[in-house]
Design a protein around this ligand. Structure first.
Ligand SMILES: [Zn+2]
Length: 236
């Protein structure tokens, strides 16, 4: 999954009730933490795009995306968050760990079998929902749309432009999802997919990191203009 990961980023045990434990930009980085590790490993040629025995595009992701390492990364990210924000307590740990691990669950739905149980394991998991490009597109953008709709309801825009900005950002995300996942998926379905098109290796890893950190920066700007309706300073 790509953009769809941002849907669960709004989840927090406190959001919609009181001051959230995790800011949305932190949530944005948490849900992509496993892919951030993937991008770094791709820069060094340890992971990257690959081709399955039947010719379909998959990923070589033994370290970043095995079930075992994903659980370890979720725990590690949770501990890091607790270290930097002790006031979030054990709930903060579980929110961050849950957001990080949501990445693996959503990848399991869309990836063609390329998710191992542990690094080097030969059993590859993945339900392959990306083989239905239009339905998968609706699923990914639907997840983000629901997340944004919820977030819009539990925050109050300081001015109209923070409403426009949120939905303009959604449209940018929808375009990016179409370019990176939907169009190649449709080409694959039509039998004219060219695996040699697009960045690879260090260029792919760096582009991915720019997208992820760019997304987090944009949402952190929108977030400044959309405080929680349930934070003490906004109540009353
Ligand atoms: Zn992933």
């Amino acid at each position: 999954m790509f953009i769809g990961h941002y849907g669960p980023a709004v989840w927090d045990t406190q959001r919609g009730k009181e001051t959230p434990l995790v800011t949305l930009w932190q949530g944005f980085l948490a849900v992509q933490f496993i892919d951030i590790i993937w991008a770094v490993l791709t820069i060094f040629g340890i992971e990257g795009p690959s081709v399955a025995a039947d010719g379909t595009p998959v990923f070589h992701i033994p370290w970043s995306h095995s079930l075992l390492t994903s659980l370890i990364l979720a725990g590690f990210a949770g501990l890091m968050f607790r270290f930097f924000k002790p006031s979030a307590g054990s709930r903060g740990f579980w929110v961050i760990a849950g957001l990080v691990f949501s990445h693996w669950i959503l990848d399991l739905i869309v990836h063609r079998p390329d998710l191992p149980l542990y690094p080097g394991g030969s059993l590859m998991l993945g339900f392959g929902f990306w083989n239905f490009p239009i339905a998968a597109y609706v699923l990914e953008m639907g997840l983000v749309f629901s997340g944004f709709l919820f977030w819009q309801r539990v925050t109050s825009a300081k001015s109209k432009r923070y409403d426009y900005a949120l939905w303009a950002f959604f449209i940018v995300m929808a375009a990016l999802q179409a370019y990176v996942i939907l169009i190649p998926g449709l080409a694959l379905q039509a039998g004219n997919f060219d695996a040699s098109v697009g960045p690879r290796g260090p260029a792919l890893g760096v582009t991915t990191l720019i997208i992820f950190f760019g997304m987090a920066s944009i949402i952190s700007w929108i977030e400044k203009g959309r405080p929680s309706k349930f934070s003490p300073q906004n109540l009353g």
